[in-house]
Design a protein around this ligand. Structure first.
Ligand code: AR6
Length: 168
């Protein structure tokens, strides 16, 4: 049975098997959580990302975590919010589903997600968090090797939203 929890904090400090990066299609780094992960992991992460050749929106790629406490980084590319009628909900759902599938394939037991797309990409937090929690529950409903999913919120406001959805 998988445990879902939420905390306020910095995803780069999480001692889990894998952390998820809200990247862009180049996978070559950026601002926000992407910048923080690359800074904390060190230049070897960018070297490995260069060899991946990018990633389409909604898809995911896995690398090592290098200097991070987490052994793996799962890089996924969320949709840019443009009003919600351009396929954004389905693309965001695929980010969570594809990240979890990669996690299962690599034997990941604990994984931390940031709030994908809700920073620079402008996705409204309430809608994005609802998709995040529903997709994780749906993907892990059947037997899974994943034991813990932690939603790491950068702001206190985001934490309130996630707590409301998780009922705690
Ligand atoms: N730990 C946890 N969450 C964080 C951290 C951190 N260290 N830093 C920021 N956040 P964003 P996006 C939160 O903009 O919207 C990048 O430049 C942040 O407060 O990082 O998917 C990429 O290269 C927000 O709640 O990602 C892309 O170009 C959440 O992480 C683009 O931004 C996501 O904000 C992706 O935009």
């Amino acid at each position: 049975m998988v445990r879902l929890e939420t905390v306020q904090g910095d995803i780069t400090r999480q001692a889990v098997d894998a952390i998820v990066n809200a990247a862009n299609t180049t996978l070559l780094g950026g601002g926000g959580v992407d910048g923080a992960i690359h800074r904390a992991a060190g230049p070897e992460l960018l070297d490995e990302c260069r060899r991946l050749g990018g990633c389409l929106t909604g898809e995911a790629r896995i690398t090592r975590g290098y200097r991070l406490p987490a052994a793996h980084v799962i890089h996924t590319v969320g949709p840019v919010w443009s009003g919600g009628t351009h396929g954004e909900p389905e693309l965001l759902r695929r980010c969570y589903a594809n990240s979890l599938r990669l996690a299962v394939q690599h034997g990941v037991r604990s994984i931390a997600f940031p709030s994908i797309s809700t920073g620079a990409y402008g996705y409204p937090i309430e809608q994005a968090a609802a998709i995040a929690v529903a997709t994780v529950r749906d993907e892990l409903r059947n037997d899974s090797t994943v034991e813990l999913v932690r939603f790491v919120c950068f702001s206190a406001g985001d934490l309130v939203v996630y707590r409301g959805l998780l009922g705690g």
